[in-house]
Design a protein around this ligand. Structure first.
Ligand code: PLP
Length: 394
């Protein structure tokens, strides 16, 4: 018999993918310009020009060297560059030996979870959360416990969080800026979270704080995203260039293991071991070298900010309730009816493709991915108005 858990995982598409596929069909039926597809988190702005320039330079070099295997943890000079850059930004004391290059944040997370978890361990995250956390945690024979976020701003609800802690808690995953709420956890929340975890680790076993940060560079209005190693000394950063450089299909990111914990070397060894056991071999060699050249560049996020502002203002005017997103390219809108799936279904009648929040562990909301063209946002506004009118909101 096959592994039925995996058969099931392979068969059942996430509701996001389901909607995306529906959108493709619908566009073929009524024309691309008549469907307003807010389903996927695929960056809509091109990679910065430095990426093409650097790739051209790299391709002109020795192809055997360029395309060969690298060390499992990634090319040393790339890791050293990342350590130096991170230290200069955040005042950390990282070295090349704290960095492990990966195929994006998804790989960073699966490797980290497999490195840390023993069967039966528990991982806590804050809802709404990226649905793959559950898949990755369960694949490491462990349990994901999602705790609700704070009413009103999607910050951390510490009372719920403390209740979820147990002697089995091995790790906590936070994601800020957040997919799907767009919210950034402020310094006060991070400090309080760190204090709770320090105390819990002192009384029980060490708890690791995993910061999933593919959206770190996508923040608006100069909002600060606290660097977790400056607050909690058992931190692991899971980073990705998928969104910051608009390179999601190229699969490149990294894990950074906090050197301040006494068992840092052991954790790093476990990361290398998990990467090996999962068969990653090494991150894409060409893109490792690319990162060495463009590590401090970011795609133009002004388009995302303009989209956020336009959509936020319009939706608020139409009577929808939205917590202002501070980063990433998502907006989490309160459903005007209790059942967000029914709301998302009704939106389809107006050719609006938006995802019910249920898959993100948060009922009663829908996610709008506004990494789309500003023109599509403009065209979609009458449809949003009609949707609001159908609920007598406007
Ligand atoms: N974590 C979050 C919160 C995401 O939204 C995504 C992708 O959308 C990932 C991880 C995976 O990113 P990557 O493409 O770098 O694997």
């Amino acid at each position: 018999m096959l592994n039925q858990k995996n058969v099931q995982l392979g068969r059942v598409r996430s509701s996001i993918r389901e909607l995306f596929e529906y959108g493709k069909k619908r566009k073929a039926e009524i024309g691309e310009e008549n469907v307003y597809d807010f389903s996927l988190g695929n960056p809509s702005v091109p990679a910065p020009p430095e990426v093409a320039k650097a790739l051209t330079e790299l391709i002109a070099g020795d192809p055997v060297k360029l395309h060969g295997y690298t060390s499992a943890q990634g090319d040393y000079s790339v890791r050293a560059t990342l350590a130096e850059y991170t230290n200069s930004r955040f005042g950390t004391s990282l070295t090349a030996d704290n960095f492990y290059l990966t195929c994006g944040a998804a790989a960073s997370l699966t490797i980290t979870l497999n490195a840390l978890l023993n069967a039966g361990d528990e991982v806590i995250t804050i809802a709404p959360y990226f649905p793959e956390y559950k898949v990755f945690t369960e694949n490491a024979s462990s349990v994901l416990k999602a705790v609700k976020s704070r009413e009103g701003d999607f910050g951390i609800d510490f009372e719920s969080f403390k209740k979820a802690l147990s002697p089995k808690t091995k790790a906590v995953i936070i994601n800020s800026p957040n997919n799907p709420s767009g919210v950034v956890y402020k310094e006060g929340d991070i400090t309080r979270l760190a204090d709770i975890l320090k105390e819990h680790s002192r009384l029980n076993a060490p708890v690791y704080l995993i910061s999933d940060e593919p959206y770190r560079e996508l923040v608006f209005d100069k909002i600060k995203v606290p660097y977790i190693m400056n607050y909690y000394q058992r931190s692991i950063v899971c980073y990705s260039y998928s969104k910051s450089l608009s390179l999601p299909g190229e699969r490149i990111g990294y894990i950074a293991v906090d050197p301040q914990m006494s068992e840092a070397e052991e954790v790093y060894a476990a990361v290398c071991g998990a990467g090996r056991a999962l068969g990653y071999v090494c991150a894409p060699a060409l893109f490792q070298q690319l990162i060495k050249k463009v590590y401090n560049k970011t795609a133009d996020i002004n388009v995302y900010k303009a989209n956020r502002d336009r959509l936020l203002n319009a939706l608020t005017e139409f009577g929808f309730k939205v917590v202002k997103p501070e980063g990433a390219f998502y907006m989490f809108v309160k459903s005007p009816e209790e059942d967000a799936k029914a709301f998302a279904e009704r939106a389809k009648k107006f050719e609006l493709l938006i995802v019910a929040g249920d898959d993100f562990g948060c009922k009663g909301y829908v996610r709008i991915s506004y990494c789309v063209s500003p023109e599509m946002i403009e065209r979609s506004l009458p449809a949003f108005r009609s949707l609001a009118q159908s609920y007598n909101l406007v």
